[in-house]
Design a binder for this molecule. Sequence first.
Ligand SMILES: [Zn+2]
Length: 475
Amino acid sequence: MHGQYLKGDIGTVAGSEKMGEKMRKPIEANLNSNAQSHKCCEELTGHTQKNKQLIAEFASLDSTDPEFVTHLVDRILAAAQDYSASDVHLQPFANGLEVLFRIDGVLQPIATFASEIAPNIVARLKVRSELLTYRTDIPQEGRIRAETSTSTNSNEASSSNRPDVEMRVSTFPTLHGERAVVRLFAGSDRFRQIEDLGLPADIAVGLADLLEKPAGAILATGPAGSGKTTTIYACLRELADNCKDSSERNKIRRNIVSLEDPVEVAIDGVSQSQIGERADLDLATALRFLMRQDPEVIMVGEIRDPETAEAALRASLTGHLLLTTFHAGSAAEAVGRLLDMGIEPYLLRSGLLAILSQRLARRLCRCHRTVSEAVDTLGVSLEEVSVPVGCEACHQTGFRERFVLAEMLVPDRTEVGSAIISRLEATEIERLAVAAGMITQWQRGVEAVAAGLTSVCEIRRVLGVSRCTNIHDEG
Ligand SMILES: [Zn+2]
């Protein structure tokens, strides 16, 4: 019997309640009835077709097949890649297991499966990520390795179905059974270089220049999921590629090492080491030993505590170029947080080359419309603003893909440097940085709204500035 484990709200694959009704009818009817609708994104109908295929594929899997759950999980993971999702959430509740994809930073419901097969779906995921299936009462972490990785597990049943990207699986026991989250890591060549990141041109150029420096620290900051790690990886690639290409006289080979927890993407030309609990090697110890390895460029995955911050900044003062990430809302706030951690102001002023702060904002889909009566225009005078509408191409979200909002603070500029030494407030540091030429994330956001690239609410959402209430379409 086909599709018996799919709940009615599978329709959320297309984000539309109407699709939910259609799902209860035969699949053929569903495919045909929608063929002529939604003309607003005609050039994107290929994408729309994918939604229908996904619904059809989930529903058409034969649940009497002993391999049913195996096929289902393979299909869900493959679909996540098709949708360019960054995470897959499998969330059990009283009446079933909900599957959600995080697309462009926002969770989107995809399908709901009946409770009877919920444990089997999670169990299959655990088999694929080599977790203990008989333990459902403890949190676990594992990986599904990508197709390109060397595998020792040649008898894995679905080895032909390995994903193109590395997937990290974590499970957590809940009242209604285990929930699982799969993180998908983009292929190592998805973002090759700094120029591919979509950073504002002035920042991309400034960053590339700073990478030529022999010493100092470059911090990429932002909240989780802001793309800061991707930026640091792009910097590493830039450095590694420069080393390989010795035909140009100004490109000198450098010893590049990284300390990561975990190593997310392998990069040619970089000595990458796993640190943390799994490797039984803490970052401060690793850094101390690494100094005897004569490194020139050091990448530290993330600064999480005062010890790491201190050790990393000291390394940057002793002739090393240091790249790292740090959790902070803005470049100026990062300075404030490091000072609060007890880092000496002189270490920051002398050690820091730049703090890059970034967010990813969603770009409006072509289905958007403009309104001229908007009350909220982010405090600037705008004749009209664009608001999301929603179509099949954008899964009814009104947005497709994301772009970077970034700001780069360079403490070296005198006033900013003295402000750090005087431990001035973050707002004051930001004011001085702006006076010295920094364009803030907020300003970039206002420019993006003025250009019709995104909506007022989206800018408020990503920059965490008060809730939007004035634009009808976004409620
Ligand atoms: Zn759309």
